[in-house]
Design a protein around this ligand. Sequence first.
Ligand code: COI
Length: 368
Amino acid sequence: MNAPTAAPLAWRVTPSDHARSAEQRAAILGGELGFGNIFTDHMVAIEWDKARGWHDAQVRGYGPLSLDPAAAVLHYGQEIFEGIKAYRHADGSIWTFRPHANARRMQHSAARLALPQLPESEFVESLRQLIAIDHDWVPWAPETSLYFRPFMIATEAFLGVRAANTVSYLVIASPAGAYFSKGVAPVSIWLSQHYARAARGGTGAAKCGGNYAASLLPQQEARAQGCSQVLFLDPVEEKYLEELGGMNVFLVYKDGRIVTPELSGSILEGVTRSSILQLARDRGLRVEERKVSIDEWRDGVASGDIAEAFACGTAAVVTPIGELKGEGFSIGDINAPAGEVTMAIRKELTDIQYGRVPDRHGWLVKLR
Ligand code: COI
């Protein structure tokens, strides 16, 4: 399925005929942004077919897609996506964070879902192209950003079960504030004891819509328990932490260790996760990527050995976990203040992303 384009794609840009005015945009950006509610005026589309590979790269007005009702994505879920942000720096410039890592992860997801691999350079170029026309949608308010949602769908109209021969790669963008409604306040997590997110050999390590579809029912269960995210255990022994509905998880020990579940093959390799591991190492913290059982978390909180827990992801950034609940138990204290290590790591990560401190790892890429 891999059909890298030899020459860089030629881009066709057609400005939207229904773009919002500067006043309308200012009113939208000046309001409560939340997460994933608002979309910019334009989108990217690149087509792929077996014969031509990637072709017809376009920036055009944001709007509905025209899909044949038999399109494979609608029946067999042959779809993958990414999440990556653009940050406004104080001088007005616009930067993104480790886009090559997202591009590579999208290639891995594509391989698992039998989709074609978009070259890394075209992934980054697609973000640049969208920013070139929609840069005014990158908000200025503190801790806001423009969230890109690159995704790839199987468009071939064919009901046989096989990899599609025609595919679209698209990017939409959404000005974003905090993912959780209470901002960076500690959240409650619900341990799902009946559902797994992913199976051994399944698609857990790929960022595909199906994984998230499977998390929705347990996520509803979590909400019914007053929790804002669900935590999944490993699908084999049902004992080890995997990840939350849409983010990775970390525990901070009082002896200075910072621990996160190892990449088991069924969890997503978060770009925020790997950046935090690096920042923690830089601070001299002992970093452990290994199996972490739910008993270890429960006992560690009870004994005081585990001092903090947090969730992380592009959307969630770093969000303290105040409480873990499950059937018949509850640990932690949702009213306790966010942990110091959690907040220090969050600050350092966002300081790099917003250009407030030097980018010593060379993670930022200028988009404009
Ligand atoms: C992200 O953090 O970018 C994600 O894709 C998680 C999503 C469920 C919002």
